[in-house]
Design a protein around this ligand. Structure first.
Ligand code: PEP
Length: 233
């Protein structure tokens, strides 16, 4: 069975105590050989959640980053700081960062270049084929075998709306992206789907061609639903 990724994005949805309670429950999830499970807490609590989950089978990642190095960037969080607290991977380019925090494609792509040349791995979110910077990836990804880069197709209209894309639609976009990756000799890059994934639809989505996992928002903040997704495969 191919390796599947289940990534929970807690966004800014949980307060401190709820994040701690959820992490304590998540500790009990044991990894299946073919599964990689990760959660991305609010940056304010990442350090705390890393400590709760450090002995567990669930990896803690970041939702975003701002700059490469320490410096005068008020309100920012940089890759070096994330690395210092044990974070090895970050999400980048989530549609909420693009639409609600005005991160442009240019800014997101510049950050992609930065992280691809850093020690951290990255999950790059895109909401259309056109948003994937294939050339930049090809020029900056030095090793295509170690999961340095994961792509996540997240149609904006499906995020947090309860409307999941049809399997046909998911397969169409994933196959198109995979074909171009293959032309660039980058066929090992996994492609996740995100957009209202829940325990009722996860099995079908995760069984689809060219789907290597799911990026889950709302359902990942409720333990029973996250566990339901993990157990659906
Ligand atoms: C997300 O935040 O990436 C996401 C897909 O959210 P939801 O699962 O709530 O649609």
């Amino acid at each position: 069975m191919k390796k599947l990724h289940i990534v929970g994005n807690w966004k800014m949805s949980l307060n401190k105590q709820d994040s701690i309670d959820l992490a304590n429950k998540i500790k009990s999830i044991s990894k299946k050989e073919y599964l990689n499970i990760e959660v991305a807490p609010t940056s304010l609590y990442v350090d705390h959640i890393v400590k709760i989950l450090e002995e567990s089978d669930v990896n803690v990642i970041s939702q975003n980053f701002d700059y490469e190095n320490l410096g005068s960037y008020t309100g920012g969080v940089c890759l070096d700081q994330l690395k210092e607290i044990g974070i090895t991977k970050t999400i980048l380019g989530h549609s909420e960062r693009r639409s609600k925090f005005n991160e442009s494609d240019d800014q997101v792509n510049k950050k992609l270049e930065t992280v691809l040349n850093s020690e951290l791995d990255v999950i790059f979110c895109f909401d259309s084929y056109e948003q994937v910077p294939f050339e930049l990836i090809k020029n900056n990804l030095k090793n295509n075998d170690n999961l340095k880069l994961i792509l996540a197709y997240e149609p904006t209209w499906a995020i947090g709306t309860g409307e999941t894309a049809s399997i046909d639609h998911i397969e169409e976009i994933h196959t198109k992206v995979k074909n171009t990756l293959t032309e660039c000799s980058l066929e090992n890059i996994p492609i996740l789907y995100g957009g209202s994934v829940n325990p009722s639809n996860s099995r079908e989505i995760l069984s689809s061609a060219n789907v290597d996992g799911v990026l889950v928002g709302g359902a990942s903040t409720k333990f029973d639903q996250l566990l339901g997704i993990v157990n659906s495969i």
